[in-house]
Design a protein. Structure first.
Length: 319
């Protein structure tokens, strides 16, 4: 098949790599414009663009696909199908209709469970025990199209977003290639989504990473895992931002002090009272330092985490 690919981050690049190595022909790659990145704020090409250039594929980076000229340029490529993986731009109806077999989306959730920008993180945060990949026929809605194929995987009790991302990135490409191998057949047997089961996976905002110790320990455990590796949960201790990379809810240990109070610090971690039960922080990062296991951090900073000290509470949510 003549395939047009659209995607931006590493998750998308992993799918593009499998398409490059497949029997199909890539007629072009769409990705978002280069963005400033790093301390120097230099323009950085997306993971998809870097891979496409290495493979000598034509790359297109329009800021929007709403412009008629951009739509004409895309249609002129004569694609049989457009594969979209975490592209980040809205596809107008003219683009959806341009390829012979329309546009397919590889979505990191068992639709309709999590539609939207952050399905991996929201699944962990919500305490889901299963997620997966859905290959969807795109329509004008937000992740609302008919489902062509799915594959699932468990979410472990200690799985973080980085680990789940990698697991799903390994499941998506073979499923996509299966669908492309018999696209008319999969389209004929597609299934409509049940909108009543849908949830919206909102984009992750940095303020969400501020740990609210008034919440239960299990909720904070899930949030720490959901926000690793970005934006990484944090809390303020005596004005210093402490990032929390790994933590575990101690559901058998009741909270005996005000939420945010340190009640223990040893080689296993730094234990803090929550609204319900306690949370043991196992990997932390001080400002200007690197992430360290609690044992290594305490060897130089034990006094900082003495029992009785309190982490600040963020302003109460108005939601």
């Amino acid at each position: 098949m003549r395939i047009l690919f659209a995607g931006t981050p590493e998750f998308a690049a992993l799918h593009l790599k499998h398409l490059i190595d497949s029997k199909h022909s890539l007629v072009g790659v769409y990705t978002q414009p280069d963005r400033p990145s790093g301390r120097g704020r230099k323009l950085q090409a997306s993971a998809v663009k870097q891979l496409a250039l290495q493979a000598d594929l034509p790359v297109f980076q329009p800021p929007s696909l709403k412009d008629a000229s951009a739509q004409q340029e895309l249609a002129a490529l004569g694609a049989d199908v457009m594969v979209v993986v975490a592209y980040g731009l809205i596809l107008p109806q003219a683009v959806l209709d341009a390829p012979l077999f329309g546009c397919l989306n590889v979505h990191a959730s068992l639709l309709p469970r999590w539609r939207g920008a952050a399905p991996i993180q929201r699944a962990i945060e919500a305490g889901d025990t299963t997620t997966g990949i859905t290959i969807m026929q795109m329509d004008a809605g937000l992740d609302t199209g008919a489902m062509l194929a799915t594959t699932s995987c468990p979410i472990g009790a200690h799985t973080n977003a980085a680990e789940l991302h990698d697991e799903l990135a390994s499941l998506g490409p073979p499923l996509l290639l299966d669908v492309l191998g018999d696209l008319p057949g999969y389209q004929k047997n597609s299934r409509a989504q049940d909108d009543t089961l849908a949830n919206y996976a909102h984009k992750i905002l940095k303020p969400e990473a501020h740990l609210d110790w008034r919440s239960g320990a299990q909720e904070l455990d899930r949030r720490v895992r959901a926000f690793n590796p970005f934006p990484v949960c944090f809390s303020l201790l005596e004005g210093e931002r402490i990032r929390v990379w790994q933590a575990r809810a101690l559901t058998t240990q009741a909270a005996t002090e005000t939420p945010g109070t340190i009640v223990g610090a040893d080689d296993t971690g730094i234990t803090v009272c929550c609204g319900e039960n306690t949370l043991r922080m196992e990997v932390l990062q001080l400002e200007g330092g690197k992430a360290l296991a609690a044992k290594d951090l305490l060897s130089a900073h034990r006094a900082k985490f003495a029992a009785g000290k309190c982490f600040d509470l963020p302003p109460a949510s108005t939601d």
